[in-house]
Design a protein around this ligand. Structure first.
Ligand code: ARG
Length: 287
């Protein structure tokens, strides 16, 4: 596979994915109010709150661990930039996907930023920021596979990451009681199983599948898109009712969209700027 990730992403049309934050203009964000320089010593001594962000860092290019064990990726850069605009401090903590929303509910994490798709079901138990990324499910198969569409998976073994929207889509197609769905705790594990032949296909978020295929040429995979997959949008998940933090995150996201830093980060990871936010009004309407 000679394609670079960047060209692969372009070829795969990831850029059909829109960005749904309020559209832009060259507006400079107002400087964050500086705390009075001459604040009394007692006030200055209070340490700033550091918001703990849970993420399942096995999901490149959105979140992964580098050689130094640092959590890096598109989500990390977006949320750190938004947090800086909002005047809050964040710290990413690697958190297994299974249980990640429980950790949020119990207050062990203040936010979950993990390529989380905003769904009606999840909205019952958590709040979401404005969407910051468009995604869709994509099928990974062996390069010589005859699988051409999602329906073709009906009689086959399919790997998914437990509790993801990919799991949901496959469960719907194969049935709740199907024994042909192989659930894994991470998406890379599901893709490893595809390589060893334990499953015939893996269904996961497009960005992650594309990135994996481009960076693991030895696996000899190809991707299969299907229009029947519903469009998805990633949001920052916040404990239900934490309106203060939600407002801060939304302000930060709006600011980085307005000043071009969101587009810069997007381009850095996906090789081209996001398309014009043609879908923004629809996103607002789907609330
Ligand atoms: N977008 C999908 C979902 O919300 C998958 C996200 C998985 N994220 C991760 N870091 N493992 O269900």
């Amino acid at each position: 596979m000679r394609l670079t990730t960047r060209r692969f992403l372009q070829a795969a049309g990831l850029f059909a994915a829109g960005v749904l934050l309020a559209a832009c203009g060259k507006k400079e964000a107002p400087p964050a109010p500086t705390p009075a320089a001459a604040a009394p010593a007692s006030a200055a001594a209070a340490p700033a709150k550091v918001y703990v962000v849970g993420t399942d860092a096995a999901y490149a290019p959105f979140e992964s661990q580098n050689e130094k064990g640092e959590i890096v990726g598109f989500d990390v850069d977006v949320v750190k930039a938004a947090a800086a605009k909002a005047g809050i401090e964040v710290k990413f903590v690697n958190t297994p996907w299974e249980g990640i929303f429980n950790a949020l509910g119990q207050g062990d994490r203040d936010m979950v930023v993990s390529a989380v798709t905003i769904t009606e079901e999840r909205k019952q138990t958590m709040d979401f920021s404005t969407p910051y990324f468009d995604a869709v499910q994509l099928i990974a198969v062996k390069a010589d596979s005859k699988i051409a569409k999602f329906e073709d998976l009906k009689k086959l073994k399919v790997g998914v990451q437990t509790g993801t929207t990919g799991d949901e889509a496959v469960t719907k197609l194969l049935g709740k009681t199907s024994t042909s769905i192989k659930r894994f705790e991470s998406t890379p594990l599901a893709l490893k199983e595809l390589e060893s032949g334990g499953v015939d296909a893996v269904v996961a978020d497009n960005g992650v599948v594309i990135n994996y295929v481009a960076n693991n040429a030895g696996s000899k995979f190809k991707t299969v898109a299907d229009k029947s997959f519903a469009p998805e949008q990633y949001g920052v998940a916040i404990k239900k009712g934490n309106a203060d933090l939600l407002a801060k995150v939304n302000k930060g996201l709006a600011d980085i969209k307005a000043d071009g830093s969101y587009d810069k980060i997007f381009t850095q990871y996906f090789g081209a700027p996001p398309p014009v936010a043609a879908t923004a009004p629809a996103a607002a309407a789907s609330k």
